[in-house]
Design a protein. Structure first.
Length: 357
């Protein structure tokens, strides 16, 4: 993307993708974010990931929309149409191929193209089974689960889920499992999750030089912008005392802090030793919250990652499916292999139909 004219001042513009004849659940990965131009910068880019599938579809399109320009004026048009050229369809779904299967997990969980070493490692993990189908079935589940368990996802996507819980508490869902009832559910929704996890993960590839610094810089910038959002300042007004602010975040998060930790954070906020963003992050990254929220995040990502939808979006009408899998995962103490949760989503018609008939 190019900026023309006077580029002496910083500028920013939001971007988002939307369906044309192509589908974000199947053909490409939704891209949402903001491009920030420093003073003198005239060119910025972002990536939209394209998925492989076995459908014969011809050329398909999706849209890229620019909006909310700051420090610049949008040119005309502000919406571009992108064409996806159909590749020859194979006889089987691409996710039945080891390398394509791994590549899709990078798209769905880490919002990026695979790095060479990571792709080779996980692909060889699958191909080592040879023709042993039982071995392959087991390793496909374990490779898939490893993406949720990875440091990269835990520090990006799972962190976003915990930040929303700390800031806003739980959502209210309904389920018919064992009779109609209400249940507390993660409040973050798919599109805001994608936008925020893509921002935190931008340029981060765990294991490559400088990844820790890049991740830390991204986290710091993201949480500072997060607490400046109107939704956050409405829920947690600047008129709150430091003690009230910390107490509310702690309550939203399920009270992971000890009394001494809560008092320390409140004191540090009151004396400007820590900012609101730093307090939010300290609670969201607290190990007690990580442990308590781990299974809920895992189940949520079955819907976000594999099915590319919210748990109560069609084909579901409420949170019964989410409730079922969380209950089962909890019963197996988080053991996703014994609970057969990942296996069930990978073999589901809804997941497989993203990639082939």
């Amino acid at each position: 993307m190019n900026r023309i004219g006077d580029a002496s001042n910083p500028a920013s513009v939001d971007y988002s993708t939307s369906d044309g004849t192509a589908s974000e659940r199947r053909d490409y990965i939704t891209a949402l974010g903001t491009l920030n131009f420093g003073a003198g910068e005239t060119t910025k880019s972002f990536i939209v990931l394209i998925n492989s599938d076995a459908y014969v579809e011809g050329t398909e399109t999706f849209n890229v929309t620019l909006s909310n320009a700051s420090g610049a004026i949008l040119g005309d048009p502000s919406i571009a149409t992108v064409h996806i050229i159909d590749s020859p369809a194979g006889d089987s779904s691409p996710i039945d191929d080891a390398q394509d299967y791994v590549c899709q997990h990078y798209h769905d969980f880490l919002n990026r193209q695979p790095d060479v070493s990571g792709l080779a490692f996980w692909t060889s993990n699958l191909t080592s089974c040879g023709t042993d189908q039982q071995c392959l079935d087991t390793k496909r589940v374990n490779v898939s689960g490893a993406f949720y368990l990875s440091i990269e996802f835990q520090q990006t996507g799972f962190l976003v889920e915990r930040l929303y819980k700390t800031a806003y508490g739980d959502g209210d869902g309904t389920s018919t499992l064992g009779g109609s009832h209400h249940l507390a559910v993660p409040i973050v929704r798919l599109r805001e999750f994608l936008a925020d996890s893509q921002q935190i993960g931008q340029g981060v590839i765990v294991g490559q030089p400088g990844w820790e610094a890049a991740l830390e810089n991204n986290k710091r910038a993201f949480t500072e912008s997060f607490v400046a959002r109107s939704r956050f300042t409405t829920a947690l007004p600047l008129t709150m005392t430091a003690a009230q602010f910390v107490a509310q975040l702690n309550a939203n998060a399920g009270n992971p802090l000890s009394t001494s930790e809560r008092d320390q954070l409140a004191g540090e906020l009151a004396t400007n030793t820590r900012t609101r963003a730093e307090v939010l992050r300290a609670i969201a990254e607290h190990q007690n919250l990580v442990n308590a929220e781990f299974n809920r995040g895992f189940v949520l990502m079955q819907f976000f990652g594999y099915l590319r939808r919210n748990p109560n979006d069609p084909q579901d009408t409420d949170y019964t499916g989410y409730d079922f899998w969380l209950t089962k995962l909890n019963a197996f103490q988080g053991n996703y292999q014994n609970a057969e949760m990942v296996k069930a989503f990978l073999s589901s018609i809804e997941y497989r139909q993203r990639f082939g008939p």
